[in-house]
Design a protein around this ligand. Structure first.
Ligand SMILES: Nc1ncnc2c1ncn2[C@@H]1O[C@H](COP(=O)(O)OP(=O)(O)OP(=O)(O)O)[C@@H](O)[C@H]1O
Ligand SMILES: [Mg+2]
Length: 367
């Protein structure tokens, strides 16, 4: 690996953007390495587009600093930066053919005709649409139009490509294909990608790291594994994947682990990333992913165990989905367990009492 791959392409420090008295982006900080694929993920209105526009120089922050390759570009407008943006509403020029659409940026820069021809051919190869130069924009499928938009954005060889929900208009299958395509194009071109989506599965599929946003704040920034296995708070835990959230109370600490009371039992768990070590008696929740919950003999010998009654079983092909009511605690949420299944494996029935268990590292506590 060359040193270049470890260089910091983007550094965002304490950036704030207000519209009136509403902070659309509030004290956001993160770093992106050269050649990384980063997703900004969060519900509608959380500030993803605003943050992306500030990275591209289309919006100026009210506070904070943005560095590109170590240089402060906070006050430098879009045309002075080596970034390129693909907008939420795809905007190819409908009256130009594909070739002219892609060539546009270089033509504006006064690049020679021969250079332009070579570059257009190169990016058409990259998006796997060679020979599409003479097509009209109206003769492209949705996925092809997206790829042409990407080709047009890559022709200037930007250091960073900013993509605002480029796949949201595509149907499910094409979307999956395009996710793979984007990854391939990103790897082959070596460009740093900042990709906005509100689809958690899409973010997990394509990203080296994900920034999870809510109400202008970046709640967590980490690899897909970190975010899934060690969510920083309840919102992240629920937004990414399915999880059981059980009310809990801190009893004490044991090294890295915390002992909490859940459903009348002492349970050993991790503390959520970025959470203060909790004081005694703090009320909060533990999060346990559905597939981390073991039941019956598979739960024997695990450090954390409860008993409960099976209330419902659903067959899901490769797994069974059990709904379980923990014993002896009124108004306690029911637990869901996803248990791997294969033909012939015995299953539990509604009404049966079972042991429920999980390992300390599979549960996270947050206030
Ligand atoms: N030019 C503007 N003037 C005033 N308010 C704005 C402006 N642009 C965005 N906002 C507000 O800032 C907040 C963040 O908007 P933004 O477009 O960044 O959200 P988003 O995460 O991209 O949402 P979506 O997923 O719907 O695209 C919203 O509350 C929005 O109404
Ligand atoms: Mg947006």
């Amino acid at each position: 690996m060359s040193g270049v791959e470890h260089q910091i392409a983007i550094e965002v420090r304490d950036v704030v953007k207000r519209f009136g008295d509403h902070a659309a982006v509030n004290q956001v900080s993160f770093r992106v390495r050269q050649g990384e694929f980063i997703s900004l993920l969060g519900p509608s209105g959380c500030g993803k587009t605003t943050l992306l526009r500030m990275l591209g120089g289309l919006e100026m922050p009210d506070q904070g600093t943005i560095l590109l390759s170590g240089a402060d570009v906070t006050r430098i407008p879009a045309y002075g930066r080596n970034t390129n943006m693909i907008f939420q509403q795809l905007a190819l020029f409908p009256h130009m053919d594909v070739y002219k659409n892609i060539a546009y940026g270089l033509k504006m820069k006064g690049t020679s005709k021969g250079e332009i021809r070579k570059s257009v051919e190169r990016v058409l190869e990259l998006v796997q649409l060679p020979g599409f130069g003479t097509r009209k924009v109206s003769q492209l499928s949705g996925g092809q139009a997206q790829r042409i938009a990407i080709a047009r954005a890559l022709i200037n060889q930007p250091q960073v490509l900013l993509l605002d929900e480029p796949l949201s208009a595509l149907d499910a299958q094409l979307r999956l294909d395009m996710q793979r395509e984007l990854k391939r194009i990103q790897r082959e071109s070596g460009t740093t990608f900042i990709f906005v989506t509100h689809d958690q599965e899409e973010a997990m599929n394509v990203s080296d790291r994900i920034g999870v946003m809510r109400d202008g704040v970046m709640l967590q920034y980490g690899t897909p594994d970190e975010i899934y296995e060690r969510p920083a708070d309840r919102f992240v835990a629920k937004f990414i994947g399915d999880t059981n959230l059980l009310p809990s109370r801190v009893l004490g600490h044991e090294g890295d682990l915390t002992i909490v009371e859940t459903a009348g039992e002492a349970i050993t768990v991790h503390i959520g990333q970025g959470q203060q070590p909790s004081s005694l008696r703090d009320q909060g929740h533990i999060s346990i992913r559905y597939e981390y919950v073991r039941i019956g003999s598979e739960a024997e010998g695990l450090r954390n165990r409860l008993t409960g009654v099976i209330r419902d079983v659903r067959y899901g092909g490769t797994m069974l989905r059990y709904t379980i009511e923990p014993d002896g605690v009124s108004e306690f949420p029911q637990l869901t367990a996803h248990v791997p299944h294969f033909p012939g494996k015995p299953r539990f029935s509604p009404g049966e009492t079972v042991t429920i268990g999980w390992e300390p590292q599979d549960a996270v506590f947050f206030i």
